[in-house]
Design a binder for this molecule. Structure first.
Ligand SMILES: [Zn+2]
Ligand SMILES: [Zn+2]
Length: 258
């Protein structure tokens, strides 16, 4: 007899702690109105319900409140910071909040890689680490992505009775995500910016430019790199394993040949 089982069995879990079983400090940490603001490194400022403000340090496991300083307790402020970090309401130590440079959603990025610019503009210094990107938009060198415009090409191919292009034609390997906007990068071959290039119409002018090589070219000696607006590319789940040498990001800028 065949036993039918779910492929991944869900684990039993509660969605909130049982306040009846928590000690007083833990219950207050969950239920009191507090505001947690990250400071430098592992320090967080906690504005308590009473209006008093304390500083919690997660690495030192300390808080400036009397409950911790005098009684040595793991106070409600320390617990609250731990809760906010583990539920991703507050950034973990060493990270800070940033808006994804591509889609704008809020995300956490490494503090060391993305220090605030010293001119106070609030702009992120993004020279070395690249722009702040959320998990969805963050392409790493070597990621296999798909050209969204391939759909349109296939549709028009079908309409004109031509044979559909093979699947690998729309697969690219990311060389790097630049910190440059699509309307700032010029495609040498055409004299237009990436944003103004014909098939990039409809993608945001301020999209970051991604340099990528076609998967079929990657084995070649000098795979040609093409510049795309970031949102024209999408991650693919069936990413082929690419062990060929990555295209060199310093190669010539060129326009997508779509
Ligand atoms: Zn405290
Ligand atoms: Zn994003």
């Amino acid at each position: 007899m065949t036993e039918i089982r779910p492929q991944t069995r869900a684990r039993k879990t509660a969605l909130a702690p049982d306040l009846r079983r928590l000690d007083d400090r833990a219950a207050r940490a969950w239920t009191e109105r507090m505001a947690v603001s990250p400071l430098e490194d592992a320090a967080y400022e906690v504005e308590s319900e009473s209006g008093a403000t304390y500083v919690v340090d997660l690495v030192d496991r300390s808080c400036t409140c009397p409950d911790h300083r005098i009684r040595g307790e793991t106070c409600k402020h320390m617990r609250r910071v731990a809760i906010e970090v583990s539920t991703r309401r507050a950034p973990p130590p060493g990270e800070r909040r940033a808006n994804c440079a591509a889609c704008g959603v809020e995300t956490f990025v490494s503090e060391a890689d993305h220090r605030e610019a010293s001119d106070g503009s609030g702009e992120t210094a993004s020279s070395e680490a690249g722009p702040a990107l959320c998990d969805t938009c963050r392409f790493e060198p070597g990621d296999v992505v798909r050209d969204r415009e391939a759909d349109r090409r296939e549709a028009s191919d079908r309409a004109s009775g031509e044979t559909a292009s093979s699947e690998t034609d729309d697969r690219l390997v990311v060389a790097r995500v630049t910190a440059d906007r699509a309307d700032e990068v010029e495609i040498a071959a055409t004299g237009t910016t990436v944003a103004d290039y014909g098939t990039n119409e409809g993608y945001p002018d301020d999209d970051l430019v991604v340099e990528a090589a076609y998967l079929g070219d990657v084995g070649a000696e000098n795979p040609r790199l093409y510049s795309f607006p970031l949102s024209r590319l999408e991650r693919v789940d069936d990413a082929a394993v690419v062990d060929a040498a990555l295209p060199c990001p310093d190669a010539l800028h060129a326009g997508p040949n779509a």
